[in-house]
Design a binder for this molecule. Structure first.
Ligand code: 5GP
Length: 131
């Protein structure tokens, strides 16, 4: 059965898209720890990030770098933190999180509740800078 992320990539489930190329897809996390929290996923459905073959993993990091640089340009932060958890959705993904302090990476904190308008505004701002 397709993962929820494959359904998002296929457009069967809506998302706030940030960027995509032939191999990867980036979109806002629906339960963000901070504004701009983004997920990068490979279109190929593989559960565990470190099961990706080397070349694909390398290209995923480079794609994530481009997305992270774009997030940095748009969201006020010190840098973009990177996390890999993968306990909830069995489809490899990298969390990109614009942070100003260590606690911004705390996944145990209550997640932000953003309105649809806020999600749209954040996604449009980041997408607008993505080259
Ligand atoms: P993990 O698997 O890394 O523990 O967490 C999965 C992440 O995917 C969580 O941060 C969760 O909020 C996010 N997520 C789960 N389902 C959806 C969804 O349907 N849409 C979006 N945009 N994010 C999701």
């Amino acid at each position: 059965m397709a993962t929820i992320f494959s359904k998002i990539i296929a457009g069967e489930i809506p998302c706030y898209k940030i960027a995509e190329n032939e191999e990867f897809f980036a979109f806002l996390d629906i339960n963000p720890v901070v504004k701009g929290h983004t997920l990068v996923v490979p279109k190929k459905e593989i559960d565990y990030l470190f099961d990706l073959e080397d070349e694909l993993l390398g290209r995923m990091i480079i794609f994530s770098k481009k997305v992270a640089k774009t997030i940095e340009a748009v969201i006020s932060c010190n840098r973009v933190g990177v996390a890999v958890i993968g306990l909830e959705v069995p489809h490899a993904h990298i969390h990109l999180i614009p942070i100003t302090q260590e606690s911004d990476m705390d996944f145990k904190k209550k997640k932000l509740t953003l309105t649809q308008e806020e999600f749209i505004q954040i996604a449009e701002a980041i997408r607008g800078h993505y080259k």
